[in-house]
Design a protein around this ligand. Structure first.
Ligand code: UDP
Length: 242
């Protein structure tokens, strides 16, 4: 897989369309060895800007897709434009359909107890042919980790969805990649919550107008602090631009 990446504040983001990202993901889930896909938005890029160790984790990925519209604007400001936004949730949904066609399996790891199972039911209903290799919630102690890895490995899953929130999920994948026997890991935040219906994506009109972030602030004002990373990100990009 040939990569064309753009450096956004020290994070290498793949310059791919959704279609190209899906094709890459299909290739990675079919290859030998364990691959990783991350889905950085401005908040995640800012986290990496302030934490070199986390930037190294993101840059070790086989593909980093531009999840938020802020990343697209940032790339434009840096005069290294990206083709389009590739939301992790949508990429995952396309990949689930492809997995169904290939009769491959997915292990759903993360979110509160019961959410992964509900998400699995939704996938079985929507993606003909897909197999749910296993489910495990995302609340665990350090001493549970070896058992979780055993559970994932004995499930023989092709794809592992790791939905623990950022940066926890990316760091978890990075730390455990060598112990896993899956083909592809995706760090995918709230994907299981949305599939299970315990969290909602913004209405289509907000997504089309690139205002999903505004919808999130209105629905969860407690996330305002986190959302401030978008203006901080834009200011930092402007300072770093030529
Ligand atoms: N979560 C988890 N374990 C934790 C902390 C969080 O499984 O220790 C889950 C949480 O239940 C939610 C997801 O991680 O399903 C975080 O979703 P969010 O949309 O906040 O993702 P982010 O925006 O941080 O990528």
């Amino acid at each position: 897989m040939k990569r064309d990446t753009v450096d956004i504040l020290g994070v290498n983001i793949d310059n791919v369309t959704m279609e190209e990202a899906i094709a890459n993901a299909v290739e990675l889930v079919s290859n030998e060895g364990v691959s990783a896909i991350y889905t950085p938005n401005p908040e995640i890029v800012m986290e990496a800007y302030n934490d070199a160790g986390f930037a190294d984790v993101l840059n070790s990925a086989d593909m980093c897709v531009p999840d938020g519209i802020g990343v697209i604007y940032g790339a434009k400001l840096l005069k290294t434009p990206l083709k389009e936004r590739v939301p992790g949730f949508e990429l995952s949904c396309h990949l689930f359909k492809k997995l169904g066609e290939m009769n491959k399996s997915v292990f759903l790891f993360g979110s509160k107890p019961g959410v992964a199972e509900k998400a699995g039911e939704k996938l079985l209903a929507d993606c003909s042919g897909i197999r749910i290799a296993g489910c495990r919630d995302g609340y665990f102690k350090d001493e549970d980790e070896a058992g979780i890895i055993d559970q994932i490995n004995s499930s023989n899953a092709d794809l592992l969805m790791v939905c623990l929130g950022a940066p926890k999920q990316e760091k978890w994948i990075y730390k455990n990649k060598d112990k896993l026997n899956v083909k592809l890991c995706i760090g995918a935040g709230g994907t299981l919550d949305v599939l299970a219906g315990t969290a909602k994506r913004a209405p289509e009109i907000f997504i089309k107008m690139n205002l999903e972030w505004l919808y999130r602030i209105c629905r969860h004002p407690s996330r305002l602090g986190r959302s401030m990373s978008l203006p901080k990100f834009m200011l930092t990009v402007m300072k770093n631009g030529k």
